[in-house]
Write a protein that binds this ligand. Structure first.
Ligand code: SAM
Length: 292
């Protein structure tokens, strides 16, 4: 997959592209990232890319002409053509904006199915709205707060999307079985590696069978807590169940902690989560009242 990032601060992206998973994905040829300096598409000697807002008011606005030229220089299909493809097009142009639709793991999954993504980072008071109308397929916001520029948001979209591409994470399972993971990644009654598993009614709160790897946080819940050595740190011991080798007990404990954490920190996620009867009973014990 290829990402094209349009920005007035091209150096901004140097650190995210040269560390960790993304660096490996780029050097392994799984992901391509090109950063484009918007000022290269300005035509005056000051390389001006912004101007005062019509109607008055604070700040400056990014002008439409350099942004249009920057997008059009990329050789992708025009917006009309992408629309005529009925969303089946393999390319999208996205404007990062506090006014955009929320960027979520589900959106990241959708974007990971594309071949090419162009991300436009705004600055100042924002971007001339005609850029959105004429060039962009969608506006995305990374959350309900205002950043001083779209670069951080673009970096987040690149990172969250790229790690979902096949081959980018060492362990293919890890992007499915973490927070916000897909519901039912494995068929009920089928454990990892084909080992017999336990279905939603088997009393393990929907936990799957097989070895107790990171499978029980899946299904739209937040992940369960993780621990490593030392077994005791500043007087706090690792939960005993994790040290005793009882796989079924570990799976049950992890599922319950994932349910508990989701209930405590993000109860809204429980509405769309895949819950077994056992899960529901456990949550009711915590005070959860299911909405019909
Ligand atoms: N006047 C705009 C508003 O109130 O919605 C805020 C402009 S902000 C200071 C400058 C740029 O930062 C925006 O054009 C956008 O690209 C980016 N930005 C700010 N908050 C964002 C968010 N929550 N998600 C994505 N991009 C954001």
């Amino acid at each position: 997959m290829r990402f094209d990032l349009i920005t007035i601060f091209p150096e901004f992206f140097a650190s995210i592209l040269t560390h960790g998973v993304l660096r490996r994905a780029i050097s392994g040829g799984l992901v391509g990232v090109e950063v484009h300096d918007l000022r290269n598409f300005a035509h005056d000697r000051h390389r001006t890319v912004d101007d005062r807002p019509f109607g008055g008011g604070e700040g400056m606005v990014l002008k439409p002409e350099p942004l249009a030229e920057a997008v059009e220089s990329l050789g992708i299909a025009g917006k009309g053509e992408r629309e005529r493809a009925g969303g089946r097009g393999r390319e999208q142009v996205i404007l990062l904006s506090a006014q955009g639709a929320r960027f979520t793991q589900a959106v990241a999954r959708e974007l990971a199915g594309l071949e090419r993504l162009v991300l436009i980072s705004g600055r100042y008071e924002g971007v001339d709205e005609r850029v959105n109308e004429l060039l962009c397929d969608r506006e995305l916001s990374i959350g309900d707060y205002v950043l001083s520029g779209g670069e951080l948001a673009a970096a987040i979209v690149v990172d969250a999307t790229a790690r979902l591409l096949p081959g980018v994470l060492g362990n293919e399972a890890s992007s499915e079985f973490e927070s916000f993971g897909l519901a039912s990644p494995l068929k009920p009654k089928e454990g990892l590696n084909g080992a017999p598993g336990l279905g939603p009614k088997d009393g393990l709160h929907g936990a799957l069978g097989g070895p107790p790897s990171a499978v029980v946080g899946a299904g739209g819940l937040l992940d369960y807590p993780h621990y490593t050595r030392p077994a005791e740190f500043r007087g706090v011991a690792v939960p005993e169940v994790l040290t005793q080798g009882d796989h079924a007990a570990i799976r049950r404990w992890r599922r319950e902690r994932a349910l508990e954490k989701t209930w405590r920190n993000r109860p809204d996620l429980l509405v769309g989560a895949e819950l077994s009867e056992g899960d529901r009973g456990f949550l009711r014990g915590l005070g959860w009242k299911q909405r019909e």
